[in-house]
Write a protein of this length. Structure first.
Length: 382
């Protein structure tokens, strides 16, 4: 349905992991890319039961009917299969595409992540370049960018089910958290702080937990790919800067549901937070899909002056403002970062203005859609 920007090898000679949050379309991508591959779908109950009790069956079956490429879907459900995969790579030269949504489950269930023998890919929710003419900013910020959710007329039942399934399957069923209601409360508080620096002590007080427990809970969100940290840029600073990392949920629709935001409309503070989350999503996907893996951080002085994203060691500075009219006060962070980092090549404000323009100081004011177009055209990050 969508032409994904992640390029998998058409005739893989090396095995790889394909990680991604639940429902990003990993299975569909593998099916479309490798229609002739042998498939092992661990979501099928009988398949799961066979391999969970007898993982050696995989080796025996592939010895009986050799395959050039094998796809194993939801590998985290039977981590012990990775010993067989390892052996088949080493001794039979079989290449595997291993798909999953939780590296944590693999590590907890078994220590074998193939010791660097498999390439790592990651699939994100839909990006603007994949949606093309079907991309609508307001829809993306309200529905989120998981394919089913984005396309739904009313995504709320789907998102609620997604959150419930996450709590049941990714957390409780794996024994990651014993007190599920407390973890659910933590999720809500973490979502309220989406796009903001994480203060473990404050969150611990609100949840009735210890700071180490809160750090462990954020680790669960990272390992199950529900969100990721954005570090603070702290290198070669002339002034004192904030060092706490920010946390962003992987899908803005999920963050909306957890934080109980309701419908988001331009002009509201919550719309601005959702817009920032979307820009982070686009940048994160672009750095992975392009293969550039450029540094991505944020910059904030101790006094509060901030730039939302700095790219490639401050080669590019990006500020997000959900306003239809950018004025001088919105440019303060970009002006200050040029003082500390005069080598910055490009300064950008992503906003809701109708047309692109450039200030006399050389700052590009870009509508959100135009920013996304330039990003995927290679015009933002050299």
């Amino acid at each position: 349905m969508f032409r994904r920007r992640l390029s998998l090898p058409s005739a893989p000679r090396e095995s790889f992991f394909l990680w991604g949050p639940r429902q990003t379309g990993k299975t569909s991508l593998l099916r479309s890319t490798y229609p002739e591959a042998r498939r092992v779908d661990l979501l099928e109950t009988d398949t799961f039961s066979r391999y969970a009790s007898q993982p050696h069956l995989l080796r025996q079956e592939l010895d009986a009917t050799p395959q050039g490429f094998v796809v194993i879907d939801e590998i985290q459900k039977v981590p012990a299969l990775l010993d067989e995969v390892h052996w088949l790579i080493e001794n039979r030269g079989v290449a595997f595409g291993l798909c999953g949504s939780s590296a944590r489950k693999v590590r907890r269930g078994h220590a074998n992540l193939l010791g660097g023998r498999a390439i790592r890919y990651e699939l994100f929710g839909l990006v603007s370049a994949e949606l093309g003419e079907r991309f609508e900013l307001r829809r993306a910020l309200n529905h989120g960018l998981l394919p089913r959710h984005y396309l739904a007329d009313d995504p709320r039942p789907l998102v609620r089910s997604y959150v419930a399934d996450y709590l049941k399957e990714e957390v409780a069923a794996e024994g990651l958290v014993r007190r599920l209601p407390i973890f659910a409360d933590f999720l809500r508080i973490a979502a309220l702080g989406d796009t903001e620096p994480v203060n473990y002590s404050n969150i611990a007080r609100e949840c009735g937990l210890s700071s180490p427990a809160v750090k462990a809970y954020f680790g669960i969100l990272e390992d199950t790919l529900l969100g990721r940290f954005l570090p603070a840029h702290v290198r070669l600073q002339k002034r004192r800067v904030v060092r706490a990392a920010k946390f962003y949920f992987a899908d803005v629709g999920v963050a909306n549901e957890l934080a109980r935001r309701g419908s988001l409309e331009p002009g509201s503070e919550l719309y601005g937070k959702a817009l920032e989350n979307w820009v982070f999503h686009e940048l994160s996907a672009h750095r992975a899909y392009s293969g550039r893996w450029y540094d991505l951080a944020y910059w904030r002085l101790a006094g509060g002056t901030e730039v939302d994203f700095v790219v490639d060691n401050v080669a590019v500075a990006i500020e997000v403002k959900a306003t239809r009219r950018v004025v001088s006060q919105h440019l303060k962070g970009l002006a200050e970062i040029a003082v500390d980092h005069p080598a910055v090549k490009r300064r950008i404000v992503v906003c809701l203005e109708p047309t692109a323009r450039r200030t006399e100081g050389g700052i590009d004011i870009l509508p959100a859609e135009e920013f996304a177009r330039r990003l995927w055209a290679g015009e933002v990050v050299d």
